[in-house]
Write a protein that binds this ligand. Sequence first.
Ligand code: NDP
Ligand code: MG
Length: 392
Amino acid sequence: SSVQQVSVLGATGSIGLNTLDVVRRHPDKYQVFALSGHSQVEQLAQLSHEFQPKFVVISDEQHAARLKSLLSGQQTEVLSGASALELIASHDDVDIVMAAIVGAAGLLPNLAAAKAGKKVLLANKESLVMSGQLFMETVANSGATLLPIDSEHNAIYQCLPNGQMSPDLGVDKILLTASGGPFRMFSFDQLKTVTPAQAVAHPNWSMGHKISVDSASLMNKGLEFIEACWLFNCSAEQVDVVVHPESVIHSMVSYVDGSVLAQLGNPDMRTPIAYGMAWPDRLESGVKPLDLFEVAQLNFEKPDTERFPCLKLAKQSFMEGGCAPAVLNAANEVAVDAFLNDRISFLSIADVVEGTLNDIENQKAECLETILSADLRARAKASELLQSITGK
Ligand code: NDP
Ligand code: MG
């Protein structure tokens, strides 16, 4: 078949760079149509030199001016702003969209890609947490192909018949694995004083700062719980979280006959990325084969929601429904940013999220406007709570 055109949203990030590494290995199969970045102008310029995309998008106009001068003499067109992201996500010439912007900023471009019927490789879980119903309806209506890149959901997708949670096919439960993060063995007292540097040093995965903090608080598992329910159309009762510190099993599916299927591999995001890019085929990804003798042992534990309340808060918000998950997500984004900037303690993240959920009246997540306004109100409320914690 012909060469596939790829737009990489969030190209300068951890997932973006891993995606480009897979593309780099298969120039006969994939071509970069567009790249986007936010703050890393030099990095984006370098990537544009290498991959020669048609478009490169950066959020800020001043950054765009700098980028233009760095790319002078190149064919690449430099664009800025939110509408430009939607353009490269939905352009007629694009086949595959890697959705790898972090946080709520990914929502509109991801929806644009879904609406345009693209093959959407979804790394950005926050957009699905915010708008699960709307997002899945948009995909269904346009006939877009939605493939999960989050390693757990990619594993589940691979273990489900046709990627579907169909009760007719004997699927019983999803077993969502969690590494437990860098603080799995920390006591509540120890958690009081952990620093951002400790939180971003994940034992098994190298990732962006925001998701690393989420992994440490287990909010990441909470967001993934919600993500799984939407992606695979299942109820909260059908998803169990299993702590598995080695991160070798990326998740499992259990069937009514007692079978449990698992997907295993070294913890390297190029595996789910290559799976999504090549689907329904397979592609060499550069990931080294799993050495089971080196792994030697696989362990499993129950998650502890006393020390890690974010997991419980996320589940509760999903069961409440409506805009509650969008509120949870927005409050978490504000709180994580404050933690990373040394404004609040690690344990305060959960307090800010819980306080925001308690203070904001829930609404049905009927349309995009309602979701976006819930997101804004949650950010304002979370900022207020931050101020009351820090005293400034
Ligand atoms: P990074 O922080 O490494 O990268 C984020 C990307 O988004 C960068 O390209 C960044 O640009 C861009 N960006 C940041 N803020 C904005 C904004 N306001 N508007 C537009 N672009 C923006 O994150 P990761 O790659 O780790 O994660 C990306 C997404 O994938 C997240 O949603 C995460 O939850 C998910 N994910 C990540 C995994 C991983 O292994 N890293 C695993 C599973 C899911 P710049 O760098 O130029 O500022
Ligand atoms: Mg994950």
